[in-house]
Design a protein around this ligand. Structure first.
Ligand code: HXC
Length: 290
């Protein structure tokens, strides 16, 4: 596994540093990450990988981690080689939620005044397709983080839940909205009101995840999916993503109108012409993202 790292520090396959400081450099703007690992994967190194790396806290999503996630996403968003992004955690935990210890003593005034969690939105505003590769716990903000991604692949032992109610609070990063869209009202209500978790198979049956794989296959399969996406036009993929996401916000008439306009817009791209010409000439299309 090739990783960007500082000289003298070693990163194991399981993602834990043999170093005390857990610091490393990312090629994006020379950023130095403490809570995440960043890599480029796939045969053509066109899939960006962000691995949450707070194993002792089950990847609890502290403020610093989410800020680093935003920086890494910014880097991949502007990296012309990258066509898709995979976000993953460890085998034990994708993420066990927002960091409860960090939130424990916060006041309403601090939360409201400081617009607590506002920067989490970066994950859902990235134009490039994002795939969550989930093993282990995806709870609270961890489940919400997965749902901010465009596609979710789960490992056989993954567990999804919104247990905030057990802490005297409610989901705050889109969980009540995205979970309800994904699994329907009854199951979403049950999960949000009881804090009960669902397993990978239940998540698949309810439409929360699209595929379930053995634990060690989740990340490779997510990268393969990312490679397939990256082989298409980045420009047109962004339009497709925008159109699908509109289904969550617009009426059918408004969404269909937006879709039609975006469809028309593909005819302003070289890639649309190349895609159709390649079909007619019985060859593989070579997209230039123009
Ligand atoms: C901070 C956490 C954490 C969290 C686990 N840890 N989850 N720290 N925030 N969300 C820490 C534990 O304190 C412990 O560290 C270590 O991780 C291992 O956890 P254990 O509980 O000992 O492991 P286990 O018995 O296997 O139980 C795993 C677990 C449990 C079921 C996932 O940790 C758990 O219930 N975690 C909280 C899940 C949760 O409620 N998530 C929602 C958070 S609120 P130490 O050092 O103490 O031993 C939320 C709000 C979102 O996400 C709002 C918008 C973002």
């Amino acid at each position: 596994m090739k990783l960007y790292r500082r000289p003298g520090r070693e990163l194991t396959e399981t993602g834990s540093f043999r170093s005390f400081l857990h610091c490393w450099f990312c090629p994006h703007a020379g950023a130095q990450y403490e809570y995440i690992l960043v890599d480029k994967r796939g045969e053509n190194k066109n899939v960006g990988l962000i691995q949450l790396n707070r194993p002792k806290a089950l990847n609890a999503l502290c403020d610093g981690l989410m800020k680093e996630m935003g920086q890494a996403l910014d880097g991949f968003e502007t990296d012309g080689d990258i066509g898709a992004i995979v976000i993953t955690g460890s085998d034990r935990a994708f993420a066990a939620g927002a960091d409860i210890k960090e939130m424990q003593n916060r006041t309403f005034q601090e939360c409201y005044g400081g617009n607590f969690l506002a920067h989490w939105n970066r994950v859902s505003t990235v134009k490039k397709p994002v795939i969550a590769a989930v093993n282990g716990f995806a709870l609270g903000g961890g489940c919400e983080l997965a749902m901010m991604c465009d596609i979710i692949y789960a490992g056989e032992k993954a567990q999804f839940g919104q247990p905030e109610i057990l802490l005297g609070t409610i989901p705050g990063a889109g969980g009540t909205q995205r979970l309800t869209h994904a699994v329907g009202k009854s199951l979403a209500m049950e999960m949000v009101l009881t804090g009960d978790r669902i397993n990978a198979q239940e998540a698949k049956q309810s439409g929360l995840v699209s595929k379930v794989y053995p634990v060690d296959q989740v990340v490779p399969e997510a990268v393969k999916c990312g490679e397939k996406i990256a082989a298409n036009s980045k420009l047109v993929s962004a339009m497709a993503k925008e159109a699908v996401n509109a289904a969550f916000e617009l009426t059918l008439a408004e969404g269909s109108r937006l879709e039609k306009r975006l469809f028309h817009a593909t005819f302003a791209t070289d890639d649309r012409r190349e895609g159709m010409t390649a079909f007619v000439e019985k060859r593989k299309a070579s997209f230039q993202d123009k």
